[in-house]
Design a protein around this ligand. Structure first.
Ligand code: PGA
Length: 249
């Protein structure tokens, strides 16, 4: 069975003291043993978080990486550097990266490959805009984003990813996809993965993201093809984040 993964995405928010607050709360309250929890943190917090969460059931991740391993790329962070700081995961292709920083499918693929080379688990984000949904193009868009990466990977590489479906219109808007809408897309994603290999489709975790919170997590996570959540806003409140972890247990 697929272990549910609840991954917080702090985006460009938080502070070192919030890292400490989370680490103390997790030490005190824990997360269900059947759930994997992770926090995708701003890169400058990772080393401190690695120490703060030592021995605790929270994995750490970065929010982006550059596709080159090192060099004259001022401001960028490599996969190897994230690993050095204790990261196990990295988000790739988040809609904010695609929209605000111009990362297209080719750039997303290069980053996924760099993450795999560094030994990280890439969390590949896919999702349609409201315009695309209204035009009836949801599946075409998300399956296109998925195929742009999975077509280029080897059969050994594909199972090393996590995929997050995040409808762009649901991110940070308070407007969550209904469990049925989310399930429909997750089912289509899993069916596409099965065209590569049924075992891949069976084992790969598909997260839902977009205004997931304590109040709606349980019904989303109850869907057969939703294996966890990528949580933005609600992951900055420790009570909310831990409550979502509880509802995945
Ligand atoms: P949200 O963000 O939960 O604040 O909608 C989700 C995300 O962007 O990963």
């Amino acid at each position: 069975m697929r272990t549910p993964l609840i991954a917080g995405n702090w985006k460009m928010n938080g502070s070192l003291s919030l890292v400490e607050t989370f680490a103390d709360a997790v030490a005190e309250r824990g997360v269900p043993a059947t759930v994997e929890a992770a926090l995708m943190l701003p890169a400058p917090f990772l080393s401190v978080a690695t120490r703060a969460f030592a021995g605790q059931p929270v994995a750490l991740g970065g929010q982006t990486l550059y596709h080159q391993p090192s060099g004259a790329f001022t401001g960028e962070v490599s996969g190897g550097m994230l690993v050095d700081c204790g990261a196990r995961y990295v988000l790739v292709g988040h809609s904010e990266r695609r929209e605000l920083f111009g990362e297209d499918d080719a750039a997303v693929l290069a980053r996924v490959q760099a993450a795999l080379t560094a030994g990280l688990t890439p969390v590949l984000c896919v999702g349609e805009t409201l315009e695309e949904r209204d035009a009836g193009r949801t599946e075409a868009v998300v399956l296109g984003q998925l195929a742009a990466v999975f077509d280029a990977l080897s059969p050994d590489e594909r199972p090393r990813l996590v995929v997050a479906y995040e409808p762009v219109w649901a991110i940070g808007t308070g407007r969550t996809a209904t469990p049925e809408q989310a399930q429909q897309v997750h089912e289509a994603l899993r069916a596409h993965l099965a065209t590569y290999d049924p075992t891949l489709a069976e084992g790969l975790r598909l997260l839902y993201g977009g205004s997931m919170k304590a109040a709606n997590a349980a019904e989303l996570l109850a869907q057969p093809d939703i294996d966890g959540g990528l949580v933005g806003g609600a992951s900055l409140q420790v009570d909310d984040f831990l409550a979502i972890c509880q509802s995945a247990g």
